[in-house]
Write a protein that binds this ligand. Structure first.
Ligand SMILES: [Zn+2]
Ligand SMILES: [Zn+2]
Length: 346
């Protein structure tokens, strides 16, 4: 089969790759129909995020079951499914203590990072990592289930939210999804992004209830003028933490979700004195079903966030739409899409 394979920084291309098959009784083989291009994929290609090489990239994915192992009872060929790509064993010290997102087997099992992913026509997983899609849910929108699950896991750690004042720094897909979930729970506030395209998408979704601004100074100004401070802040850009620290209120919570970031100087006692929590959150902990519901019911406005679709053979154009020029070997900052779905047919 043809797959999009990562071989090292700026060395990623479609090439011939062995087809996976059913290897164990609990395996399910999925014919992939759509896979999202994620900031993680861009980070890997650019050499900012470590992945095993060679490996097939892609982890936000949906498709159709084509074969099942002998012990699989809940799925049959033809089922339309979305994939939870966060493998966990269920038995190690992390899995046994509520931290399956840090399963000790993660190195070597992480879909599209250290294990073959879904920028390919066929992907092998286990039945326990699949959920059935409603007949009306397009594959290209179902790809938002995984990032939505990550956001729900982050918000779970924030706790009660109704009516809270919020600041979301970064209007890439993660920031937009966090804002959608916060908005649905009655929170509102300020969104920040340096990209005009992403600000336009954010305006289209949240314009009436949230203020959308271009940089951290403008965000701090807007907050000082309206609420004075925020209760919840999400850092989804890697560059906003110092601004969030300026406007987080007493007892406030800051969720850190960017995988690339600049160092920031922190005065620990300032956090202590004001009971401010810094929460790092990666991957998902038991929120995948809730995420699928949020996507299928429109709580997450998937058809607005997924604003570009490319066929598999043009996957490099998909990366260019999010500012990643593989041919030139550089991130050019020209963002022309919020979330790109790569459509794959067998
Ligand atoms: Zn992702
Ligand atoms: Zn484990």
């Amino acid at each position: 089969m043809k797959a999009f394979v990562y071989r090292g920084p700026w060395r990623a291309a479609i090439e011939e790759w062995p087809e996976p098959g059913i290897a164990r009784d609990e395996d399910v083989l999925v014919a992939i129909r759509a896979t999202g291009i994620c900031g993680t994929d861009v980070g890997i290609v650019a050499g900012h995020y470590v992945a095993s090489a060679p490996v097939v990239l892609g982890h936000e994915t949906a498709g159709v079951v084509v074969a099942v192992g002998a012990q699989v009872e809940d799925f049959v060929p033809g089922d339309r499914v979305v994939v939870d790509p966060t493998y966990f064993c269920g038995r190690c010290r992390y899995c046994a203590t509520g931290r399956p997102n840090h399963c000790v087997h993660k190195p070597g099992t992480e879909t599209g990072v250290s294990a073959d992913g879904a920028f390919a026509p066929l992907y092998r997983t286990e039945a326990r990592f699949l959920r059935k899609l409603k007949p009306s849910t397009p594959f290209r929108l179902a790809i938002l289930t995984e990032p939505t699950s990550c956001a729900l896991t982050g918000l779970k750690q924030v706790g009660a939210l109704d009516g809270r004042r919020a600041l979301v720094f970064g209007c890439g897909p993660m920031g937009l999804i966090y804002a959608s979930l916060l908005d649905h729970r009655g929170a509102g506030g300020v969104l920040v992004d340096g990209s005009a395209h992403r600000r336009a998408v954010a305006e289209a979704i949240f314009g009436r209830r949230w203020t959308v601004v271009a940089d951290g100074e403008a965000a701090v100004d807007a907050i000082r003028r309206s609420h004075g401070a925020v209760d919840v802040a999400v850092e989804a850009s890697g560059v906003g933490l110092s601004h969030l620290l300026e406007v987080i209120d007493r007892g406030g919570k800051i969720v850190l979700v960017a995988l690339r970031s600049r160092p920031v100087e922190i005065v620990p006692s300032a956090l202590t004195d004001r009971s401010v929590s810094l929460i790092g959150s990666i991957d998902t902990i038991g929120t995948f079903d809730e995420a699928l519901e949020a996507v299928e019911t429109g709580v997450v406005p998937a058809s607005t966030i997924v604003d570009a679709t490319v066929p598999f053979k043009e996957i490099e154009e998909g990366f260019r739409l999010v500012g990643c020029d593989i041919g030139d070997g550089r991130l050019n900052g020209e963002i022309r899409a919020a979330k790109v779905a790569v459509e794959i047919t067998t």
